[in-house]
Write a protein that binds this ligand. Structure first.
Ligand code: SF4
Ligand code: SF4
Length: 366
């Protein structure tokens, strides 16, 4: 036992459980499926990490770097009879990789770029007129990915929310830290999650436009010692308030499919809300993908996979596109802004629930 790594050592039981398992979750892993390679399945990666977690073999960059062949979609855990926390274990392996200088070069470059990205986010938040004070009413957490890349969309979402549900303060200049956790920067994640938690501490209601932020702050941060108040997803809030929206106002959309995004569905256990909203607004229940609810497929955009294995991530998007096309739907609603962007780039008309609120505002007089 001479090689124990402090964070990964706590995952000895989890990695051992997988190494004794006959790959029961193998069909669920989208990365292994598109690569046709069991070595990058939950079973394959966990088994290769087991001797490192137990300290019987020293860590190598090849083995630790395999932890980055994962989007953190959680599909393996929802298929696992033992409820093994694969994605969380791989996040800890990433932390060991980054701390030990064994992370892929793309990841260390991503982490080095974070300060510039955060400066861009703060600049965009100023353009959005977002306050830097602690809100006391409804706090609308925008999510740094959207703020960094699409200021007009964030502005439109904020306007649409206020139009239908009343005043809300946009929180746009701080990040929940999820991208750092994906990279393996545990301390960076804790610092950001604590700052976000403090920022929204006085709010009467905290809502996240991106379910990834809600999952990071509500579920992942407390596991790493950062206490936060629960954050509700926009989808569940809008579903509760759906009677405020004009029934049938988006009937012209035609058949709509629902994609159960990883962090909204498996992450926050929100499955019915997007279906309730789509049915209310279009007048018809949405179409279902072959793999839906707990068995839904990731678009490939999570866990930094687009920067560590771009071709794999794109192949996952292609599979999801094919799945949407097979339903005959003219558009798809997803709970993941990154999936929306990836599907749109692949030629699919894709919306988030926030986008539907914006469409509603455009088509309905004040
Ligand atoms: S996550 Fe569960 S089902 Fe998958 S390999 Fe590990 S023990 Fe088996
Ligand atoms: S979390 Fe998703 S991508 Fe990662 S190992 Fe499990 S099924 Fe595969």
């Amino acid at each position: 036992m001479t090689h124990r790594l402090p964070t990964l050592a706590e995952r000895e039981d989890a990695t051992r459980a997988c190494s004794y398992c006959p790959k029961l979750c193998r069909p669920a892993c989208p990365v292994a499926t598109v690569r046709g390679n069991d070595a990058v399945s939950a079973w394959g990666i966990m088994t290769s990490l087991a001797p490192i977690a137990s300290g019987t073999e020293p860590p190598t960059s090849e083995r630790l770097a395999r932890a980055y062949a994962c989007t953190g979609c959680g599909a393996c855990q929802s298929h696992c009879e033992l409820d093994v926390p694969v994605a969380e274990t791989l996040r800890d392996a990433r932390a060991e990789a980054l701390a030990g200088g064994m992370a892929p070069a793309e990841v260390t470059a991503f982490v080095a770029e974070i300060p510039r990205r955060e400066e861009r986010v703060r600049d965009h938040a100023r353009q959005l007129g977002a306050s830097t004070e602690r809100p006391t009413g409804v706090a609308l957490v925008a999510g740094c990915t959207m703020v960094a890349t699409d200021v007009p969309r964030v502005a439109a979402l904020h306007r649409a929310f206020v139009r239908w549900f009343g005043e809300a303060s946009l929180v746009a200049d701080v990040c929940c830290g999820a991208p750092l956790l994906d990279a393996g920067d545990l301390e960076g994640f804790r610092v950001r999650a604590a700052a976000m938690s403090d920022r929204v501490s006085a709010a009467s209601t905290i809502l996240a436009l991106d379910a990834g932020c809600a999952h990071a702050l509500t579920t992942l941060a407390p596991r790493r010692g950062v206490e936060t108040r629960p954050i509700e997803t926009l989808e569940s809030y809008v579903a509760r308030m759906v009677r405020r929206l004009p029934r049938g106002a988006l009937a012209a959309l035609g058949p709509v499919a629902v994609h159960d995004a990883c962090k909204l569905g498996r992450g926050a256990a929100v499955y019915d809300a997007p279906r309730v909203i789509v049915e209310h607004l279009t007048g018809h229940p949405p179409l279902e993908l072959l793999h839906n609810r707990e068995r839904s497929r990731c678009s490939g955009g999570g866990g930094l996979l687009p920067i560590t294995a771009r071709a794999t991530a794109d192949a996952m998007t292609d599979e999801l596109v094919e799945s949407v096309r097979r339903t005959g739907a003219e558009s798809v609603v997803t709970g993941c802004p990154t999936s929306r962007a990836r599907l749109a780039r692949a030629g699919i008309t894709a919306f988030t629930i926030g986008d539907l609120l914006c469409d509603l505002s455009r088509g309905t007089p004040e």
